[in-house]
Design a protein around this ligand. Sequence first.
Ligand SMILES: [Fe+2]
Ligand SMILES: [Fe+2]
Length: 371
Amino acid sequence: MNEQNWPKELREFHDELESVHLGPLWASISSFNSVEPTPRAVPYLWKRDLIQHNLDKAKTLLEVGLGSAERRALFLINPGMQHLQPYGWGGTTQTLYAAIQVVNPGEVAPPHRHTSTALRFVMQGEGGYGTVDGERIPFEPGDYLITPDYCWHEHANEGTEPVVWMDCLDTPFIMALNVSFTEFYPKRRQPLTVPNDFGARRYQGGMVRPISDRGSKPVALGRYRWGLTKQALDGLSELDVDPFDGYAVEYINPTNGKDADGRIGAWMQKLPPGFQGRAHRHVHSQIFYVHQGQGYTVMNGVRFDWSEGDFFALPAWTWHEHVNTSSTEDAYLFSTNDLPMLEPFQFERQVDYDENEGHQTIEHIFQPTVP
Ligand SMILES: [Fe+2]
Ligand SMILES: [Fe+2]
C-alpha cells in the first residue's frame, strides 16, 4: 500500500518509528519482496563526441604519472545512480562501472592493485601496453584484456599517438559489499617476471592448451586479440543466427571454459546488415560499446540510436532489441555483463517478448547529450 493510503494514525506511527531507526514491515514488505526487479539504473546512451570532447579537456588539465593523476579516465554515471555518494558509486549499471581512459605518448599510469576486478577493450591507438603481475602485455585496437582482482597493473604508451580504451570494473558491486582494498606499488614500474606477451603466446593455438595448464588457472591469458575474435565470429556467421543477439561469442578462460574474468562477463557480437533482433529481458545488466557500425537498440520502448564509438547501458530486467540499420555493413558491439556475479546464486532469469511478433512499440526516441 502507498504511504498516503495508510490511515493518519499509522502514517504518524511510521514517522515515529523512522525517528528511532525502526521500520514497519507491513508498509515496506512489497518494496523488499518486489514482484520483479526494480532497477535503480535507467537505460542511457553516451555519444562518442561527448566523451571525446571531455577527454580532450582532461588531457589539457591533467598529467598522468607517479605524483600526479594516477589515471586519466572518465566514467559513465547512470542518471539513476547519480544520487549515490560518492560519485554515483561509479555505477553505469547497478553492478558495473565503465570508463574511457587515455594515456598520452610517454606517460605511465603507475602500478597499483585492488579488490575490484577490471577488464579493458582497446578503442584507439598503437603502442600501448599494460603490465599485469610481471607480464608486459602489448595491445592494439579491438583487443580485449583482463586485469583480475588484486593483480599489480600499470599502463604505458610508447607510441606516437594517444591510446584510448574502455575500462569495465565491478566498482558498484564492491561499493555495495564494502570490500574495497587497494595497494600502491612503491615504484614507478613493477619488474617483469615472464616473457613479454606470455599468455597470448602460450595460447596461440586457441583451441588447445599447454599441458601444464590442465589445472584451472585464474589468469592464464590476459589478452584476447581482435583478429582471433573476428575469425571466431566469421565462422559462427556461416551458421544459424541467434534471434536476439545475431552472432555473439563470450571471452573465456582457456583453462576451464568459464568467463575470462571471474566476476565480469564479456561478449563481442556481430549484427549482420539489416539485422532486426527480437526483444527479451534478463536479470543480468550489460554495458555496450559500439566497436563498428550503426543502428539502434530499443530499451523499454525508447529507441537509442548508436554509431561507432558510442556507449549505452542496459539495466537489469529491461526489455531490449538490437537493430543494424545498415544494409551493407556489419555492426560489432562489445559488451560486458554481470552474469558471473549472478549465476552462483541462480539469480539469472530470462523472458522473451511475445507480443507484436517480438518487437516493442517505439514510444519515444532518446535525445543524447552532445558537447
Ligand atoms: Fe586499477
Ligand atoms: Fe539480451
